[in-house]
Design a binder for this molecule. Structure first.
Ligand code: PEP
Ligand code: MG
Length: 322
């Protein structure tokens, strides 16, 4: 079955009733992107750019960044690439950025909160992305957005960078999309207020689950509690998909949950239209998409939302798959 799945992995994944689900890959290096392309990923749904910044004594130069992004966009042969801006914080320090140690780094200055303290670093990354993205379907995404005021600030900074490049006569991407990760419960709950500022939402279920269930994702003692199929997480995902219905905007999932074969029909049924997974899982996830009709997936999702815990949701999926 695995060999067969790989043979059709380069074709689009349609549900049995013909709804297209984009199966994309999460990558953190050029090698990952090459692997994603070989495995048939429709896109890169999450490029973690930390690899450009970690394990070095000084920040990368703008030229280094342009070269790295261009190589990744080229490796995907014209498929969309969602690039997430730098997402570090107290738990992942950078030697060249002063970061006070924090008692609760996951509730501290991380993601775009850190970027706002160092706008020059973010400005350079956005410049490099816009320069590299000319002629490619580039998507830029911001991590750990918690307030509408933050996304407004980020959009304004991006506009400023774009205008400066235009004045310099630099060619810019023509079909740029801008999105945000939904990893903080407040962002999911208020998705309709974030919607005017983005083209898409990508749900980071790793962090979202940790914040919803108050279960540290790095602590094995509570790992069992942090199941993204928990109905409390699913209800938040539903808030986000409901907010884009009929708008032409889209919702993806780029946390580990997207590559969980039991979660695939539930997420599709909730209205998720892009699943971004580990490159090696692309063929299996496409195969899982093809097993369900949208109608079956919607019925399953509706029932999942009404369960009391994650094991109950998993039992439900198992019964529906039998
Ligand atoms: C997430 O939080 O689900 C996510 C995809 O981001 P990361 O795992 O890089 O924090
Ligand atoms: Mg995250």
């Amino acid at each position: 079955e695995r060999a067969q799945a790989e043979a059709v992995a380069h074709e689009p994944a349609l549900t049995r009733d013909g709804v297209r689900i984009e199966v994309a890959a999460n990558v953190g290096s050029l090698e990952d992107a090459q692997e994603a392309f070989r495995r048939g990923a429709d896109a890169i749904g999450l490029l973690r750019t930390e690899f450009l910044y970690l394990e070095r004594t000084a920040a990368p130069t703008e030229e280094e960044e342009v070269a790295a992004y261009r190589a990744l966009l080229e490796a995907m042969g014209g498929k969309p690439v969602v690039v997430r801006t730098l997402d570090v914080g107290g738990d992942k320090p950078l030697p060249y950025l002063p970061m006070p140690s924090e008692p609760n780094p996951f509730l501290g200055v991380r993601g775009v909160r850190l970027s706002r303290q160092h706008p020059d670093l973010l400005r350079q990354q956005l410049r490099a992305l816009l320069r590299a993205g000319a002629g490619f379907p580039l998507r830029i995404m911001f991590p750990m957005v918690s307030t509408v005021e933050e996304i407004r600030w980020l959009r304004a900074l991006l506009d400023e960078v774009r205008a400066a490049l235009a004045r310099e006569g630099v060619p810019l991407p023509e079909d740029l999309q801008v999105g945000m990760m939904v990893e903080v419960p407040a962002a999911a709950l208020l998705a309709e207020h974030f919607r005017p500022w983005v083209d898409f939402f990508s749900i980071g279920t790793n962090d979202l689950t940790q914040y919803v269930l108050a279960a540290d994702r790095t602590n094995p003692a509570v790992a069992g509690m942090a199941d993204g199929l928990h109905p409390a997480v699913l209800r938040l995902i539903r808030q986000v998909t409901a907010a884009v219905e009929g708008t032409g905007k889209w919702v993806g999932v780029c946390g580990e949950l997207a590559g969980d074969l039991q979660a695939v029909p539930v997420l599709i049924g909730l209205g998720v239209r892009e699943l971004s997974v580990n490159p090696v899982r692309v063929p299996e996830v496409k195969a899982a998409v093809r097993r369900w009709s949208l109608q079956e997936a919607q019925a399953l999702a509706e029932a999942a939302l009404a369960q009391e815990d994650a094991p109950a949701v998993r039992r439900l999926v198992q019964e529906a798959s039998a």
